[in-house]
Design a protein around this ligand. Structure first.
Ligand code: KG4
Ligand code: ZN
Length: 336
């Protein structure tokens, strides 16, 4: 089984070829970050138009790198949602047209399923079942993953996603969009304990998250002050520590509640070094193994979609959503 994967849910055009026997054969990515930076966020129409321009050259390059003829591809998987509807429709139309021309099935994959399965691209892939912490720009959730397509959301953010909180706080610190990685780099130079921000919702039972108050706490701390470089690094460090502490405690609770022996961390914020270290230690506390995608596969990419499509193809679970693309698509409806 060999699957071409296409990801266009937001501002990354990702394309990859995954082979069930040989693994990942090729992956290509074009990021639109520079294009959206001037606007301080993703402009949906610009994103859609850029996906149109990028897809075909990226597919050609990926097929060439994989040394894969179109006839050797068994299916075309694409991100069918959730995401920006225009961007999704570009990928869906492209992938479905290609599949039609090649007389192969098109498989609509749930974007978050792609993230959840991304650690399976690595050398020591986790087996099912596992507990997953999904921390991206759009979502923060703890998911009990019993098997492919069998997902139970245990808790999620009631307001901002963790990545969104990183991006908004980065903006307060004057860092360019999307600021998550830049804030993390600044935090590396910060001193622990110089500032302290709240750990949202740790005083209550349950597995839900809330990050909008944390961002407000940073704003209040910065009000009417001129920060020097040391202060900015200290604030970044205190913010990162608050997010990492909160995510770590919720993971502890979820490991206790589920008894799962594997912890998977996925999504863009999963690239964060301090978070990876801490969650590795949390897993160890509970005798569980921790699994992370390489940082490049934490953020949006085509490899995770090709992989998810291949697993679905192998199991004949290729139904996807009832429409080619869905802006909103609950994860527990990702289907078997
Ligand atoms: O998974 P992703 O690429 O897109 C969504 O599906 O949302 O995640 C992007 C998010 C952004 O908010 C970005 O700032 C954040 O991941 N991010 C990071 C780091 N690298 C990316 N946040 C914290 N530390 C990082 N090193
Ligand atoms: Zn994503």
């Amino acid at each position: 089984m060999r699957v071409l994967g296409v990801e266009t849910s937001c501002d990354e055009t990702g394309v990859a070829v995954y082979d069930a026997a040989a693994g990942l054969l090729a992956h290509r990515l074009h990021t639109q970050v520079a294009m959206h930076q001037a606007y301080g966020g993703v402009v949906p129409e610009l994103a859609s138009r850029d996906h149109v321009r990028r897809l075909l050259p990226l597919v050609r390059a990926a097929l060439a790198e994989a040394d894969a003829a179109p006839a050797s591809i068994d299916a075309v998987a694409y991100t069918a949602g959730p995401g920006l509807i225009g961007a999704l429709l570009v990928g869906a139309s492209f992938a479905r047209a290609l599949a039609y021309a090649w007389a192969k099935p098109a498989i609509g994959v749930h974007h978050l399923e792609g993230h959840l399965l991304a650690p399976l691209l690595e050398a020591q892939p986790p087996e099912f079942p596992f507990l997953a912490l999904l921390v991206s720009g759009g979502h923060t959730m703890l998911v009990d993953v019993a098997g492919l397509g069998d997902y139970r959301v245990l808790g999620e953010s009631l307001d901002d996603a963790a990545g969104e909180a990183f991006d908004k706080t980065a903006k307060l610190l004057g860092l360019p969009y999307p600021g998550g990685a830049a804030l993390a780099a600044l935090a590396e130079r910060g001193r622990a304990g110089a500032y302290r921000f709240p750990r949202p919702m740790l005083d209550r039972p349950g597995l839900d998250f809330s990050f909008s108050g944390l961002k407000t706490a940073v704003r209040v701390a910065l009000r009417d002050r001129v920060l020097d470089e040391t202060d900015r690094a200290d604030v970044a460090r205190a913010f990162e520590d608050a997010v990492v502490d909160t995510l770590a405690e919720k993971c502890r609770r979820a490991l206790r509640a589920t008894g799962r022996e594997r912890l998977v961390v996925a999504g863009g914020v999963g690239a964060n070094r301090r978070l990876r270290e801490r969650l590795g230690a949390v897993a160890e506390e509970y005798g569980a193994s921790a699994h992370f995608p390489r940082p490049q596969f934490c953020t949006d990419n085509g490899a995770m979609i090709a992989l998810a499509g291949c697993l679905r193809l192998e199991r004949g679970a290729v139904r996807g959503p009832s429409v080619p693309a869905r802006a909103n698509w609950p994860l527990d409806e990702a289907g078997n």
